[in-house]
Design a protein around this ligand. Structure first.
Ligand SMILES: [Zn+2]
Ligand SMILES: [Zn+2]
Length: 428
């Protein structure tokens, strides 16, 4: 039996209980024993003074790439889960575009066990929608759910066949799990490497138009309407996508959506100078898109804030812009980005940020956590929303160093991360 842990005198912000109060949180046997008010110190308990800090239900990121199996040189489940807790995340959902693809019971079980062995953040595997992510044959959803898969996705690419997506939504509905789509019409994106617009013309790079994303957004919303299945739209990047999700939600369609921290904080201008650390898919868009995404988070059209954590090997990002891989290391900067770009300017409140980073991810993906209610899992993030720090990629726990935020100064940092009542990360 582990020692009791008493977090003393923090500002407890738990939107799941409508709570914003100064008080204590007691964790016992991996669970929340008590939350709020002044709690006496049990014999032998470890006491941590968290006065002046925010105590929130542990952050959950439903969209990360941990690269294992297959690219352990880039990231492992263990290093990814370590990176997660350093960023304040107590749970992460691992995308299945591994080598081999996580499309069967054995691989799902392997990823889950690697997470348990590492003992940092909880790792929830995705299962692939199609075998080998080839877009042809539906994978065995039932077996993967039994092994611990919490959702299905072919992320990295879209499900090109509307019929296959329809069938996936119907099958997933039987297991009450979401189907997550990477929205990209490849025939329109045509191998583009940044947003299509004035900047791509100036840099002479092939662009990806907004419609490449939006065509899939509306297709999938319509398929969710037809099937009653739960479509979850990954990493939306355009103003039009936000409007389409709003359209779907107004009609009661079972659609949820996420945005990445980089899409609410950076524009295509970051690509200037052919900066491959600003190369992502979907690409960074315009200021108008950034503002629409921020507004979507503020009004609840966008449900979740995610990272799309995508570590790459140094050499691979050193290639020419058009040939470099997409994505950035996200887990250790997300809280700082969201505090700096959404919270500080008053676009969203502290409760809204915690809701989008913890309560709603747990609710939408049916995961443990997202609450500090008595008896729930003892996953807690303690952070200072105002603390200033400068991003130094060399300090990342992730094996990846690819970030456009190196040298950036943020407000907001995770200071203590607790998983199952056990301190798994403590900032210096
Ligand atoms: Zn994707
Ligand atoms: Zn992704």
């Amino acid at each position: 039996m582990s020692r009791d842990l008493l977090l003393k005198g923090g500002r407890i912000v738990d939107p799941s209980q409508g709570l914003d109060t100064i008080g204590d949180v007691l964790l016992r046997d991996g669970k929340v024993e008590a939350c709020g008010g002044a709690i006496g110190t049990p014999d032998g308990a470890e006491v941590v003074d968290v006065s002046g800090l925010v105590v929130a239900p542990g952050l959950i990121d439903v969209h990360v790439h941990l690269r294992e199996p297959g690219r352990e040189d880039v990231e492992t489940v263990a290093t990814g889960a370590h990176s997660a807790v350093a960023g304040g995340f107590t749970g992460v959902c691992a995308m299945p575009n591994t080598k081999p693809v996580t499309d069967n019971q054995a691989t799902v079980g392997f990823v889950k066990r690697q997470g348990e062995t590492a003992g940092f953040a909880r790792v929830y595997p995705y299962g692939a929608i199609s075998l080998g992510q080839k877009g042809e044959t539906l994978a065995e959803f039932g077996e993967m759910v039994a092994a611990g898969a919490v959702a299905f996705s072919d992320d990295g690419k879209p499900v090109e066949s509307a019929h296959l997506m329809r069938t996936a939504l119907e099958y997933a509905r039987a297991f009450n799990v979401p189907v997550a789509e990477h929205c990209e019409d490849m025939t329109l994106a045509r191998g583009g490497s940044m947003n299509e617009g004035l900047m791509s013309a100036k840099l002479g790079l092939k662009g990806i138009p907004a419609e490449a994303e939006e065509i899939y957004v509306i297709r999938d919303i319509l398929l969710a309407k037809r099937t009653g299945g739960h479509i979850h739209l990954c990493h939306l990047s355009t103003k039009g996508s936000v409007e389409l999700v709003r359209w779907g939600k107004e009609r009661g369609i079972n659609v949820t959506a996420e945005v990445c921290s980089h899409h609410i904080s950076l524009t295509e201008a970051a690509v200037e100078g052919y900066n491959t650390n600003a190369k992502m898919n979907p690409p960074l868009r315009t200021q108008e898109d950034v503002e629409a995404l921020q507004q979507g988070v503020a009004d609840g059209t966008i449900d979740l804030l995610v990272t799309d954590h995508a570590p790459h090997h140094y050499d691979e990002k050193e290639r020419e812009f058009a040939d470099a891989p997409n994505g950035i290391v996200g887990l250790e900067t997300a809280l700082g980005v969201n505090c700096t770009y959404l919270l500080k300017p008053g676009i969203i409140s502290l409760a809204q940020m915690i809701d989008a980073m913890s309560c709603k991810p747990a609710k939408v993906f049916h995961l443990p956590g997202g609450t500090l209610a008595r008896g729930s899992v003892g996953d807690v993030t303690v952070f200072d929303p105002a603390r200033t720090w400068t991003c130094d990629p060399k300090q990342f726990k992730s094996k990846g160093r690819n970030t456009p935020y190196g040298g950036h100064t943020f407000n907001g940092q995770a200071l203590l991360t607790v998983v199952g009542g056990r301190v798994v990360y403590r900032a210096n």
